[in-house]
Design a protein. Structure first.
Ligand SMILES: [Zn+2]
Length: 271
């Protein structure tokens, strides 16, 4: 998501919306298409922020365009002459030319326009969003404080958006591999050294992921604004490497179902 935010910052900030076309009914579901379109047309995009998995486009009208891609949504930059691919549900054309398109085969994603005041009641998840190490680094002392207030096991904790914003199934496995910690450890069982390792792993893995434009897997739709898949999946140490040799100790990587999700880890060197 951070990769997409950086793309938007380069490509749409400073542009003014000329027209908006909405097709498909599920993409705009919190307001009518008419309201959605009227709040966007004529507005200039002043900035783009990411909070967890949400993208917030700040408009010069004071409103915010909220974009949540969920599992299947894609944002693509295009020219008006480019063929419109199947499942394109929204096309925004800028006065300077060029378009931003929202493509979503499974229609889980959504877009809506709101105000800064209403944002957290519209998206309650944003009201208590956890720390975001990519956006705003914080000291490890503060990290430890927040960690010790939790009693959840490490894997679900890393995926809890109120603890850590923006981390899902893939990055939680990569972070725990990097830290050399098992997914079912609890914060209270960690030594000071292990807390430091966990903190460092979070920062390192997320920065590396952003540098390599995220991970694209066969069952996911993630691409950057130009339709290019990410490259971080080539560097995965644990995720989707079941049976392959651990790059640290050569033991085979294990796969275990935790909740509904597969967890990949090295049973030998993650302790
Ligand atoms: Zn290992």
């Amino acid at each position: 998501m951070e990769t997409i935010r950086r793309g938007l910052e380069r490509e749409v900030v400073g542009k003014r919306v000329k027209t908006v076309q909405v097709t498909g009914t599920r993409t705009i579901r919190r307001q009518t298409k008419k309201v959605f379109i009227s709040k966007l047309e004529g507005a200039k995009i002043n900035g783009v922020e990411r909070r967890g998995k949400y993208l917030l486009l700040k408009l010069d009208t004071g409103d915010i365009l909220v974009i949540h891609l969920r599992m299947s949504g894609q944002l693509l930059r295009a020219q008006a002459k480019d063929a419109v691919v199947k499942h394109t549900h929204m096309v925004m054309t800028f006065t300077q030319g060029g378009q931003l398109r929202f493509v979503d085969p499974r229609t889980f994603g959504e877009l809506f326009v709101t105000t800064p005041e209403e944002l957290t009641s519209d998206v309650t998840e944003l009201a208590d969003l956890g720390m975001d190490p990519v956006d705003e680094p914080q000291s490890w002392v503060k990290f430890r404080e927040q960690l010790m207030r939790r009693t959840t096991k490490l894997k679900p904790l890393l995926m809890d958006q109120s603890f850590l914003a923006g981390v899902g199934n893939i990055y939680s496995d990569e972070i725990l591999w990097e830290a050399g910690l098992r997914h079912d450890r609890t914060p209270q069982s960690l030594s000071t050294m292990e807390v430091r390792r966990l903190y460092r792993a979070i920062v390192e893995v997320l920065h590396e992921a952003v540098k390599h434009r995220g991970s694209t897997l066969s069952d996911e739709q993630y691409v950057d604004l130009h339709g290019k898949p990410g490259e971080f999946q080539l560097l995965h140490q644990a995720y989707a490497r079941e049976g392959q040799a651990c790059r640290r100790c050569r033991s085979p990587i294990a796969r275990e179902k935790v909740g509904q999700r597969s967890t990949f880890y090295c049973p030998n060197c993650q302790i």
